[in-house]
Ligand binder design. Structure first.
Ligand code: APR
Ligand code: PHB
Length: 389
């Protein structure tokens, strides 16, 4: 088989790239290790920057998102029993959109399938060959039968545990990583959200986040120990702990119910450089990870796809390789700023096991500064709604 761009991974990054390139007449094949249902079963992020919203529309998959998503003009930061709001619209003229990654991925799958996109599921043993030559090809097996896909370019959209990043030799690749000494325990419940905006809450007992998917689907998180497992937490214990970590008025208003999903995610900051090696490009989680504080995971994937899509279109339509040659540099410049915001927001709001009294005072002073300074709120808002592409 032959295609122009071989895409490894059918998560949001791979599907969005495939869909955008298809609109410009560029042929792709998506190779996904799991099934569509498995990918859609993963509960992930839910906040979209306006840049992502525009990309979905550009890709022709914005209709359901536009009809069913919710616009958030700001967020709440709580600390102990106090709280204040940061208004994104007032500070930046933009807002963010609440639309679950599951829904967005479903829209992308539906569009690719309706338009006859080539998606291969259950692929195993994916190997990217000769990425540093003019004739790369990908080999893989399906049902034990080996297949070969020849291509012009390979987009590595296979997430943090994929093979694409590992294909870049260690003599070329440099990795930067920070692992945090805690995780997030998250639950999804069919209950109305406690508040109409998200609440990011610092508390003496650790961080908590009140988020949502729609009017009757809530997503809540509490900072937990890395040694915890979801089975250690009954729904009742979760709700009790959440209530202790948010201001009393919200704790009183909180509607609880059975969890329909419960999982723990470790927190990590990670970036690999460069994001291009020969004819292989890394996108999304394959190249970088952020801790979820600040909701940048999905949104950084979107900016990579924007840069790569533009670079490939420029190459195929105008014969100009400038965009693909500068892909890594452009993507990384934006990624590092999102890494900084996610890291700083994580540091601001979590309890650290080795935190000294001095460290605590610094955290409190930072929160007070954010509460009192319009300039600091503007900086937060600019980062939250997303830096320009
Ligand atoms: N071969 C083929 N597919 C693979 C391989 C492989 N060797 N390894 C992983 N995959 C698939 C995974 O099954 C997954 O569906 O690649 C896909 C990668 O998807 P994500 O991990 O969702 O990464 P990405 O598309 O970059 O999305 C980034 O979405 O999932 C969130 O936390 C993530 O918010 C971030 C954003
Ligand atoms: C979520 O709703 O899952 C969510 C929202 C905001 C974050 C992280 C996760 O910062």
């Amino acid at each position: 088989m032959r295609t122009q761009v071989a895409i490894i991974g059918g998560g949001p990054s791979g599907l969005l790239l495939s869909q955008l390139l298809h609109r410009r007449g560029i042929d792709t094949v998506v190779l996904e290790r799991k099934t569509r249902d498995y990918v859609l079963g993963r509960i992930r992020a839910g906040i979209l920057e306006s840049g992502f919203v525009e990309l979905m529309r550009e890709a022709g998959v914005g209709a359901r998102m536009d009809a069913e998503s919710f616009t958030h003009e700001g967020t709440v930061i709580a600390y102990g029993d106090e709280e204040f709001g940061i208004n994104f619209r007032e500070h930046t003229g933009t807002d963010v959109v609440v639309y679950g990654q599951t829904e967005l991925t479903r829209d992308l799958y539906d569009a690719r399938e309706a338009e006859g996109g080539k998606l291969v599921f259950n692929v195993e043993n994916v190997v990217i060959n000769d990425a540093d030559s003019d004739a790369p090809f990908v080999t893989y097996t399906v049902d034990g039968v080996e297949q070969r896909l020849d291509c012009d370019y390979v987009a590595g959209c296979d997430g943090f545990h994929g093979v694409s990043r590992q294909t870049i030799p260690l003599t070329v690749r440099r990795e930067y990583e920070k692992v945090y000494p805690f995780g997030w325990l998250g639950i999804l419940s069919e209950t109305p959200p406690v508040h109409d905006e998200l609440i990011y809450s610092w508390s003496e007992r650790g961080f908590a986040l009140c988020s949502m998917r729609n009017a009757n689907l809530s997503r809540y998180y509490i900072q937990c120990s890395l040694s915890d497992s979801p089975e250690d937490w009954s729904d009742e214990n979760f709700w009790e702990e959440l209530k202790r970590r948010i201001p009393a008025r919200h704790a009183e208003a909180l509607v609880t119910g059975p969890s329909i999903e419960k999982s723990i995610a470790p927190l990590r900051s990670f970036v690999t450089e460069p994001m291009r090696w020969g004819r292989l490009f890394l996108c999304g989680d394959a190249a970088h990870i952020v801790p979820p504080t600040g909701a940048k995971g999905l949104n950084t994937a979107a900016s990579d796809i924007h840069y790569l899509d533009h670079g490939l279109v420029q190459f195929y339509e105008e014969g100009d390789a400038e965009g693909i040659d500068r892909y890594s540099e452009k993507a990384l410049a934006r990624i590092w700023k999102a890494e900084r915001f996610s890291w700083a927001t994580t540091n601001l709001l979590h309890r650290y096991p080795d935190q000294s009294e001095f460290d605590l005072k610094m955290q409190q002073a930072e929160i007070a500064f954010l509460r009192d300074s319009s300039a600091a709120q503007k900086v937060f808002a600019q980062n939250y709604v997303g830096l320009p592409y």
